[in-house]
Design a protein. Sequence first.
Length: 346
Amino acid sequence: MKKIGVLVTGGAGYIGSHVVVELIEEGFGVVILDNFENAESDVPQRLERIVGDEIRVVRGDVRNGTLVAETLKKSGIDIVVHLAGKKAVGESFSKPLDYYDANVGGAISLLEAMQSSNKPALVFSSSATVYAPSDRMLLSESADLGPINPYGRSKLMIEEIVSDAVISGDLTSAITLRYFNPVGAHPSAMIGEQPSNASNNLFPFIAQTAAGWRERVRVFGDDYPTPDGTGVRDYIHVVDLARGHVAAIRHLMGRSPQGKHSKVNLGTGTGYSVKEAIDAFSQACGFEVPHDIVGRRPGDVSTCVADPRLAAETLGWRAEMSLERMCCDHWAFQRTLRDRRPDDRV
Ligand code: UFG
């Protein structure tokens, strides 16, 4: 029987590589499309070692419409999981045109190619950053939208483009997944986050400090209205997040009638503060990760935690892994980087 064909754009990246593993383990036929701008060239080999099978990889940019259309047709793709794009919030302020070109331009080019082939359904990788900053305890999908950086605006624009394409019939069906804060790594420690220099997320900083690549973690503010004064986020294990994509695909396949675009949060529903995250990581690595309190980072909100109920109700998916597990897996992968990428030390 022919496997259901899934094209994963950005499939060699941090989240994409974990999605690829979960899809293959669930019996899908996967093709990766990646330009390797923010992924190491040997990720496909590492993925093959994890899944014990060959993986088809197309090296190229999602904005290359001819290449994408050809890949969709040749590989008999039924579903596209679109993760390719730029994702560093800070960098999006200094290079907004690059962000709109790669993210919005990339999505339009992909949708055109999908329209000209056999019209596969779409799972789109969005972000909690599309929500307006808010003091609400939990952010549900109906919370006010209002991203405050070009990266977030590019994600919201794509969500709207996807909705219009579904209404017009150019796209058959779509699910947008709004990620909260993905962390951790595959339990094999063979794939994980290898952040570019533009990234300034908390977990890579903690892990690099624990590895001795950095001196101290800077905690951005301890005067927020949270229990210990530091910012609270909904950290989600990247393997849980990847499994959310499998659930979304199963939902799309069983959906009838077609012609809908749902938007669903992927988060745990539990928030942890920066201090709690550093403490949990310190437990995982067996020593205290040095840190200092510094001033707030402009643009940060105090709390951002998902209301995860819609994902449970519609996709039958829930995050399962604890903060402890996220830290242990993140640390195990970071230790492998010490040997593989010694030049990355800062
Ligand atoms: N933080 C520090 N020190 C650091 C880095 C971060 O204290 O060196 C704090 C931040 O102030 C915040 C928390 O750690 O309170 C998390 O910060 P991240 O940069 O890891 O994550 P953000 O919540 O700011 O943003 C992330 C992604 C976005 C995504 C968003 C969704 O970077 O792409 O989550 O909520 F959109």
